[in-house]
Write a protein that binds this ligand. Structure first.
Ligand code: UD1
Length: 367
């Protein structure tokens, strides 16, 4: 018997991290994929379908942008409609976005078991929208697939039953390892080096910033000032998320130096091409911290905390924060010796896609 699974996705990170599971689930289950439309533009969405060879969704809600309540509410109602039309035995969601929460809540209210991939991640900062989303989803999920032991312990501490949790690893590793070699020859690298006047990528940094707390009128100018100082020594390629672009346009005082090259949001392969060859990544993204470690590039995290603490403990990544001392802290880690130490820090990064599919099937079929 093939169980019916409704898989809900809607944002860039969900596309990347669910991509390794979709073919396996299509093979072994009767799967429908619902795209909420939380991310909808060509550069935030369509390019990922192409780069990751994703199959098209079966249902598209096209909710688009809006306040958290408007966006989450539209997803909630849309997923409920889809589940009423096509009763599924389980609903699969990943991570911590409004699409994750809307999907999980709709299913839980209908008594449809929720499978949550990337369960148990915590920043312990309730003021972050992602933290609210992931805590709520974990507490209405039936099956919690955690990336690592730290996440499993977080769930146990919150009173989640041991049998509901399985550690399966992280699927961002699958995609990064699968595509990094193929991405190497992409034109974007030469273009970026030319525009920054660099002979090679040895001093090049890659940067992304998009989190709500880092894109306020107070936080973003501080980050830009820090990046400008770092770029005086190490030029930066900076694909700018739409939220960050909108805020930069409102803050004429927060101008990027000519050594920080602003780019539109990049597709997966272009991003991976730069990630695979640069000296280090500066980021506040969750997924990219693991993707960087998987391809051997040190990540300096523009936050005070991270859900991926195992990479910090292993010495692969480091927290540099997003405060006044960002540049000082980053520069201290960018010299040859420190950079090499982070690069060569041992840390097992395993592909998780197959294990996650096996776990889903075992739980739904009891086999
Ligand atoms: C969301 C997730 C976050 C994830 C991130 C990846 C939540 C609460 N947050 O944040 O966990 O790391 O996605 O990007 O769900 N926009 C476009 N084009 C698009 C999509 C969005 O221009 O295709 C604009 C929106 O109009 C909005 C801004 O980008 O102004 C933010 O989009 P939104 O989806 O609300 O949140 P993200 O910041 O992307």
């Amino acid at each position: 018997m093939r169980p019916r699974i409704l898989t809900v996705l809607g944002t860039r990170p969900e596309l990347v991290k669910l991509a390794p599971l979709l073919p396996g689930l299509d093979q072994r289950a009767e799967q429908r994929v619902l795209h909420t439309g939380q991310h909808y533009s060509a550069e935030m969405d369509a390019v990922f379908f192409r780069d990751l060879s994703l199959r098209p969704p079966d249902v598209a809600l096209q909710v688009g942008s809006g306040s958290h309540a408007v966006q989450t509410g539209a997803i909630l109602a849309g997923v409920e409609r889809a589940l009423l039309e096509w009763p599924a035995q389980a609903l699969l969601v990943l991570g911590d976005t409004n699409s994750t929460l809307g999907g999980a809540l709709a299913a839980a209210k209908l008594g449809v078991p929720v499978i949550h991939l990337e369960a148990g991640c915590r920043s312990f900062l309730r003021e972050q929208p992602e933290e609210i989303n992931r805590v709520l989803v974990d507490h209405c999920a039936t099956h919690l697939l955690a990336p690592d032991e730290v996440a499993r312990r977080n769930l146990l501490r919150e009173g989640i039953a041991e049998g509901a949790i399985a550690v399966v690893g992280s699927t961002s590793v699958d995609a990064a390892l699968r595509y990094v070699e193929g991405a190497r020859g992409r034109r974007i690298v030469g273009e970026v080096l030319d525009r920054l006047g660099l002979p090679d990528a040895r001093r090049l940094l890659l940067c992304t910033v998009h989190r709500a707390e880092n894109t306020t009128a107070e936080a973003l100018p501080r980050i830009v000032a820090g990046l400008n100082r770092v770029a005086a020594e190490y030029p930066i390629a900076f694909p700018v998320h739409p939220r960050t672009r909108a805020m930069l346009d409102k803050l004429p005082g927060a101008a990027l130096s000519p050594r920080v090259l602003a780019l539109p949001p990049l597709g997966y392969l272009d991003l991976l091409a730069l990630l695979g060859c640069c000296r280090a990544l500066l980021t506040d993204s969750g997924g990219l911290q693991e993707e960087a470690a998987a391809v051997g590039t040190p990540a300096l995290v523009l936050r005070r905390e991270t859900e991926w603490s195992y990479l910090i403990t292993a010495g692969k990544n480091a927290l540099v924060g997003a405060g006044e001392d960002l540049a000082e802290r980053a520069l201290a880690l960018l010299g040859d010796a420190e950079n090499e130490r982070m690069r060569s820090a041992p840390c097992a990064m395993e592909r998780a896609g197959e294990r996650a599919v096996d776990e889903v099937m075992r739980r739904l079929l009891g086999a």
